[in-house]
Design a protein. Sequence first.
Length: 267
Amino acid sequence: MLEVNNLNVSLDDLILAKDMSFTLEPGKVNVIIGPNGTGKSTLLKTLFGDIKANSGEIKFSDEVLARKQLAQWRKQFGYMPQDIRLDVELSVLEVVLLGQLNTLGFRLEDHVIKEALTALDKIGLLHLANREVNKLSGGQCQMILFAQALMRKPKILMLDEPVSALDLHFQHVLLDHLDTQTKEQSWVTLMVLHDLNLAAQYADNLLVLKDGKLVASGHPSNVLTPQLVKDVYNVDAHVTKDMSGTPFIRTVRSKTELLTDNHQQSA
Ligand SMILES: Nc1ncnc2c1ncn2[C@@H]1O[C@H](COP(=O)(O)OP(=O)(O)OP(=O)(O)O)[C@@H](O)[C@H]1O
């Protein structure tokens, strides 16, 4: 279990985490949502030990994040950052293999290469194995970084907007795979998403951030209400539920709808 107690983080004059407390259980997909600039990436970086908290405690399996054992702490993580540029002269296979950098020896064992190829196969990108990564599209780079994060076999997997460059098909390939692996391997998974409907479909637990504060958390069917969408994003929305109880959020373009209505009336 990853536990955060009374976390406070500020950078320059900005308060990016204010007395934040939550726990993340293994085998659950946790999704952070919230407006731009509200501190989502900062929270991930703080959990990873990249940004130092002003106060508070971060614990995993009773071990507390301490600056002096940072390298050990980070070994437990797979971290897929927001920046997906891969400007290196390496093949796709080599980049995926880098996910196991901690364990790779001078000679590559056959089973490690096979594992990397299987990881690519599972996400439908085996045909790219020998391509140079600096010649790939943005979406292809994002999928390759995902395969790399999986190769680490993390205890805690953090993904910062992992589907931002993906088409509809690959959004679901990535998120379905992530969901299955999280449950099978009992990972603590924490990812940032902007798409509320994807968050509703895939989150076991939602964390809603606004202005550095955790303003709501829990199962999407309890958390995602029109009032929350209005309070957090200042956008009007209708929320319905499908047969399985998963919320569906339809935002309202009030000005556009008004203009269309007026146009129809005067036509
Ligand atoms: N190292 C830093 N020093 C100072 N300010 C920073 C630093 N890193 C981020 N910030 C600022 O902190 C705020 C929150 O940034 P962060 O990247 O955490 O937001 P976010 O919620 O992930 O946003 P987005 O949805 O746009 O990706 C922003 O105003 C950003 O400019």
